[in-house]
Design a protein around this ligand. Structure first.
Ligand code: ADP
Ligand code: MG
Length: 980
């Protein structure tokens, strides 16, 4: 039994929410108690009853119009009857539905229309019903879990004894999820089981519930584990796996419940909408409800890189390789310069010229923020303070020009916080001594104006000059971009910290989890730049076929909910971006974890030594230790030190989820020492071995504070599950990235002084760390928001294009859509002709071989509609005696081809535009506003292009049909060549 006094940190709003949920928990338990004396069939009966009720809100499953038109009387009768049955149920709620449906194609079409008319009210009706049956349905799930107790479930090949019946806090969690909240429940509280409640309830709708996990292994584990419960209730469960073929995916989505990772779901959506060539190739069937386990990992950590499906680009320019030798020399030059600067710092200090020393320090920071000696300087609190003072001075308005002077002494400037680098004049001269302008953008506006104003140029020459200018601009922009990416690759991306190189490939390491992220690539050419740096094969510049941010993928769902142990510190972002509120839920048993104060050290070395001492002390008495690190590299360093100290241990870094789950599950056994990157093994439960509780439980040691408080909390949460004892402690040093780049130098210096005199005061240290973390969290949230802001513009466009595409795939009257497309595109071209002052009649005659005699008499406003109607009619006549079903596939293909071709080009254009607005953003303009304004124009042009290309494809199609007919071929037209 849980007590209902909720600690005050939950705040009154949460308290009220929990208070409202409380009576429902009581009701569920009462109903469940009664179910205990019922036969087990009772559960299936109830399930069937609810599903049957909810089936009335299913989408209509009826033959397409073309099939109905061709149906015989018996078929029509059957159709009409099935509609009538459905309507007779729905009419109680929706009186507008017809009572009688005649067995004619027209009446059936009308009935369909009437159905579609009421369809958008289903969501509300469904939600109301679900809320009404919730207590009873949750009781059914709980009771089914009780009945499973003692039985064995095969999970990941191992038999597992079922021993779980939902606790009250789990019922609360389940209710919170159904309400679309994020249930914050600590590690080990049994969130896997919590999800079964809303999953079951919502699966009753038959619309498909998606459960999203952070990796394939967990998807499989949970689908098998919880599958036992669902199956006992008669629901089907499927699990998406990485290499699954489409047919199997389709079957998996057809299940009542589908488990999978966010990439599997997201990529399937992109493939369905950007690539599937027919409705039959699409695998998803809709987006009703997604429940996200470890929701912060998915919606925050993974949300930084969008999901992208790409393929090789048509032409692969590789300016990077050409630029690399130059940049490499440039970096060496700068390093040499920085060595001098470092020497200068020392000299000036000796000479007592503080100002000069400070300036040299500042230059070092701008030139090579990861320069070894620079990092060593920063260990001294005096020098930190000096650097800070100098920075402040140069930040002041009156010094703006001076800072420019400072930068001009460098070849390039690195901004570690912004993670980019800019070439300076000296660097430009170094790279292209003959032609320093190679790396400056031409003044496009000025030169365009000059071209337009030049009276000596003919119209064609002017166009050619403009074209040349644009090309020059494009080439230079590409070179500048390439250099800046290469510099970033060399100066800011470290091997084994930010990426690993294995098997000739550069694989990104997720900074927060230490996980390798195969298949993901840095965008904007950065990945290629790193490949160039490492001398591995540069993967072709790819072309994006489809892309979507994680945020926008999950916004597709009618309902969304999530659970995690750590959501509160990101509550604002969840609310702003996903409209998800966080509800912290009390633990089943009181939490006994002891969070010790952080320990601060001057250097990394000192810190690691203290960590080893601490591990050793625990290990001596047999207390298990879990050590969290911030990177794979740190894990390996620590492992080496442990070997030296002869402490046996296991290392894992989230490379092999399944094996690691096995290792981490044993991390609580007596004497175990486990070193792990931050989130390796997330989702796996650590149970304590025998006698370990008496030793104080699991000791969790953090070797670095993470950029986000959330990740630190996640690590701490690894111990003291379900009322176990346990402790956590962080060790930090002033050399840690967090402290180095975001700590407050003056305060840190003071702390070091205190440390020397015998230990820094913990509270002030905590505050310092927290301040740095908050600052970084905000920066990261801003970064994600920016990705999203830009994707939002795309999202609108994506929806329109995907809708159009999906119409083409599924519409029943494709021939009509084709004709309409032709008419629209002709009208638009005609308008353009008129706008150019040319004769539209002549154009129509030449292009479409129309009889133009009668056209000349028409009023201007009638002319264009008449022309487009005639083109449409002539096209229709050319194909008049070809049965529509013969044409259908080819017409569909003609349209699809135009859409895909246009959209992919558009994606590339938009990418270029995005880079462009950032280059331009040096001025006062807001890049996002610029982007939005121009994106609108791009999009209109895209739709025109698609329709034009589609029309051309359709004309080609007609021509080849005619040609075939002329050669007396009677077979229907097959694959028609498309314009590419
Ligand atoms: P979380 O995802 O919240 O970290 P898990 O779902 O992995 O937690 O469950 C942690 C452990 O708690 C599992 O071993 C599970 O068997 C156990 N557990 C969960 N719910 C119950 C329950 N109601 N009764 C008994 N054991 C439970
Ligand atoms: Mg879990």
């Amino acid at each position: 039994m849980i007590t209902w006094s909720i600690p005050s940190i939950f705040g009154s709003k949460n308290e009220r929410e929990l208070h409202r949920i409380r009576p429902i928990v009581g009701r569920i338990n009462d109903i469940e108690a009664k179910l205990q004396s019922e036969p087990s069939e009772k559960l299936r009966e109830l399930t069937d009853k609810w599903r049957e009720h909810l089936a009335r809100y299913h989408p209509l499953d009826l033959a397409p119009k073309s099939a109905i038109d061709r149906m015989d009387e018996a078929g029509l009768k059957q159709c009409a009857e099935s509609l009538q049955t459905r309507f007779s149920i729905l009419r109680k709620e929706f009186a507008s539905l017809p009572a009688e449906i005649a067995a004619t194609p027209e009446a059936i079409e009308q009935a369909k229309a009437a159905f579609h008319h009421i369809e958008d009210r289903f969501a509300k009706a469904r939600a109301k019903y679900l809320l009404q049956i919730l207590p009873e349905a949750y009781a059914v799930v709980k009771n089914a879990a009780r009945r499973l107790c003692g039985s064995e479930v095969l999970v990941s090949g191992q038999p597992l004894k079922w021993d779980m019946v939902h606790f009250d806090v789990q019922l609360i969690g389940g209710i919170a999820l159904h309400r679309g909240l994020i249930a914050e429940m600590q590690t080990g509280e049994g969130k896997t089981l919590v999800a079964t409640l809303p999953v079951y309830l919502n699966a009753l709708t038959g619309l498909g519930v998606h459960v999203v996990t952070v990796n394939d292994y967990l998807a499989r584990r949970d689908s098998e584990w919880m599958g036992a419960l669902y199956q006992s209730l008669g629901l089907s469960v499927g699990c998406l796996q990485n290499q699954m073929p489409p047919a199997e995916r389709r079957r998996t989505y057809a299940c009542d419940i589908t488990y999978g990772t966010n990439s599997e779901f997201g990529f399937d959506y992109l493939r369905d909408n950007g690539m599937a060539q027919s409705h039959a190739e699409q695998v998803q069937r809709g987006h009703y409800l997604a429940i996200l386990d470890e929701v912060d990992s998915i919606l925050i950590d993974d949300a930084r890189t969008p999901l992208i499906i790409s393929g090789p680009a048509e032409q692969s320019a590789q300016p990077l390789l050409a630029l690399k030798p130059g940049v490499e020399k440039l970096v060496k030059r700068q390093t040499a310069l920085c060595n001098q600067l470092a020497a200068e710092v020392e000299q000036q200090l000796k000479a007592g010229d503080e100002a000069a020393a400070g300036l040299a320090l500042l230059k070092l920071k701008l030139g090579q923020p990861r320069h070894r000696r620079f990092l060593r300087f920063l260990e001294s609190p005096e020098l930190r303070r000096l650097l800070e003072k100098t920075e402040l001075r140069y930040q002041r308005q009156s010094f703006q020009r001076n800072i420019h002077g400072v930068k001009e002494e460098l070849y390039f400037c690195v901004d570690e916080k912004r993670r980019d680098a800019d070439l300076m004049e000296k660097g430009r001269l170094f790279l292209a001594p003959e032609e320093p302008d190679t790396f400056t953008l031409p003044d496009i506006a000025g030169r365009l104006a000059a071209i337009d104003a030049d009276p000596a140029l003919s119209r064609d020459q002017r166009a050619a000059a403009r074209q040349t200018l644009h090309e020059e601009h494009g080439d230079r922009a590409a070179a500048i971009h390439g250099i800046s990416q290469l510099l970033a690759a060399y100066c800011l991306h470290e091997r084994d910290v930010h990426y690993v190189v294995r098997g000739g490939k550069v694989t990104i390491i997720d900074e927060s989890t230490g996980r390798e992220m195969p298949g993901r690539r840095w965008s904007d050419g950065l990945h290629q730049a790193v490949e160039a740096k490492e001398g591995v094969e540069i993967e072709e510049e790819t072309k994006t076929y489809a892309s979507i941010t994680i945020q926008n993928y999950f916004r597709l769902y009618e309902k969304l909910a999530g659970m995690t142990g750590t959501a509160e510190t990101a509550a604002a972002e969840f609310h702003d971006i996903y409209r998800l509120d966080v509800l912290p839920i009390p633990t089943h048993a009181p939490n006994l974890r002891i969070d010790r104060n952080d320990q601060l050290f001057k250097t990394r070395r000192d810190k690691y030594q203290a960590v080893i001492r601490s591990i050793d002390a625990a290990h001596q008495i047999g207390q298990p230790v879990l050590v969290g690190t911030a990177s794979v590299e740190a894990s390996e360093t620590l492992s080496r030190m442990l070997k030296l100290a002869r402490i046996p241990h296991a290392v894992l870094n989230a490379k092999h989820h399944e094996q690691e789950a096995g290792i981490i599950a044993r991390a609580g056994e007596r004497g175990a020492v486990t070193v792990s990157t931050n989130m390796a093994g997330r989702g796996t439960d650590i149970k304590l071995g025998e006698g370990v509780a008496e030793l104080g439980g699991l000791l969790v040691i953090g070797t670095e504070r993470h950029a986000s408080r959330r990740v630190d909390r996640q690590l701490r949460g690894r111990c003291s599950r379900q009322g176990d004892p346990g402790a956590s402690q962080f060790f930090i040093s002033l050399e840690d990235d967090l402290m180095r780049t975001h700590g407050d130098p003056a305060q840190m210096a003071a702390l070091i002084e205190q440390a020397k005199r015998g230990g820094a005061k913990a509270p002030s240290l905590g505050k310092l760390v927290e301040a740095a973390q908050t600052q970084l969290e905000q920066r990261d949230a801003k970064g994600r928001k920016q990705v999203l802001d830009f994707d939002d513009v795309m999202n609108l466009q994506r929806e329109i294009v995907y809708d159009f595409r999906s119409d083409v795939l599924t519409t029943e009257g494709i021939h009509g859509l084709a004709l309409q497309t032709i008419e629209e595109s002709v009208a638009r071209s005609a308008h353009a002709i008129v706008a150019d002052g040319d004769s539209v009649i002549e154009w129509a005659g030449d292009t479409f071989l129309l009889e133009t005699d009668e056209l000349s008499g028409l009023a201007p406003q009638e002319l264009i509609p008449e022309i487009s109607r005639r083109v449409r009619r002539s096209h229709e006549q050319r194909l008049a005696d070809v049965p529509p079903e013969f044409l259908e596939a080819d017409e569909r293909r003609a349209l699809l081809f135009a859409i895909d071709h246009g959209w992919q080009e558009h994606l590339a254009d938009m990418e270029e535009l995005r880079e462009g607005v950032f280059l331009r953003s040096q001025g006062q303009k807001d890049p996002l506003v610029e982007y939005k304004n121009e994106a609108f124009g791009y999009f209109n042009a895209l739709m025109d292009r698609i329709k034009n290309e589609a029309s051309l494809n359709l004309f080609h199609l007609a021509a080849s049909v005619e040609a075939m007919r002329a050669s007396k071929q009677v077979t229907p037209p097959s694959a028609t060549r498309m314009r590419s």
